[in-house]
Design a protein around this ligand. Structure first.
Ligand SMILES: [Zn+2]
Length: 258
């Protein structure tokens, strides 16, 4: 059986709250059978743990985002450890990483938070979902030095050369709706060249809505448009691509100890 997986979305976001069930239903109608929800705060995590009781096809990931690092306290880090001890439902740590796009002011703080979370992931043997923007070299160096579990580069938009370096380390590379944008030549080139056993797709909802709905609000159902576009780009049958994507996601989420 084949289906789509949205490997990264923010379905815990307030904007989905009133109509939560309809987004799950719409995903189902579009063959999106698994949805990995990124939780970036205690509130989002606890909300999703509740929702998952009703919808077991929701996967849960949890981690503190680099932007807003100045507001993350030791108490927050303690809660991450507490959550890992108490909620085995948490499959991956993320999204975590580095983002120097708006300012480098907090670069050092971001790096410290990033390393602390990688070390927690190592301890709990959880895979990592990485956000990196305008910080390719530091992200690469930090991961290479510290990461011991599986790594997924979410919404990959850096160079082809860097992508090849990540692949050498065995990392997975994920593409969003950006790949469908007319002017996104760099991302298209990456999607054509990524090894098939490393590729993943996602919506990053509510952001980065793929064509033909670009400009409107994104949702997990739309991950099929990312998949269908890449299927055309690489001239690979939809079903074959789906099987590959399912296998990649399962291998990424596998932990090594159990
Ligand atoms: Zn995200």
């Amino acid at each position: 059986m084949t289906y789509w997986i949205d490997t990264h979305c923010h379905l815990a976001d307030d904007r989905y709250k009133n109509d939560f069930d309809s987004y799950i239903q719409k995903a189902k109608e579009n063959d999106v059978a698994v949805i990995n929800v990124i939780c970036s705060s205690k509130e989002e995590l606890l909300y999703m743990i509740e929702k998952q009781k009703q919808y077991p096809n929701l996967d849960i990931s949890f981690g503190y985002y680099p932007q807003g690092v100045e507001k993350i306290t030791q108490e927050d880090l303690d809660f991450l450890v507490f959550a890992l001890d108490n909620y085995p439902q948490i499959k991956a740590i993320g999204e975590i990483g580095l983002d120097y796009y708006y300012t480098k002011e907090f670069a050092q703080k971001q790096k410290e938070l990033f390393i602390k979370q990688i070390e927690i992931a190592n301890r709990y043997n959880k895979p990592l979902i990485i956000h990196s923007r305008s910080a390719a070299k530091d992200t690469y160096d930090t991961l290479k030095q510290y990461a011991k579990t599986n790594v997924l580069m979410h919404c990959y938009s850096d160079s082809l050369e860097m992508m090849k370096e990540y692949q050498k380390l065995g990392y997975f590379i994920s593409f969003t709706g950006v790949v469908t944008f007319k002017n996104a030549n760099k991302v298209k080139t990456n999607a054509i060249n990524v090894d098939l056993d490393k590729i993943m797709i996602e919506t990053d909802s509510p952001y980065l809505t793929p064509a033909p709905f670009r400009g409107k609000e994104n949702q997990p159902a739309y991950v099929r448009f990312v998949g269908e576009y890449i299927s055309g780009l690489r001239d690979i049958e939809i079903e074959k691509l789906q099987l590959q994507l399912i296998d990649n996601y399962q291998r990424f989420m596998e932990t090594c100890n159990d």
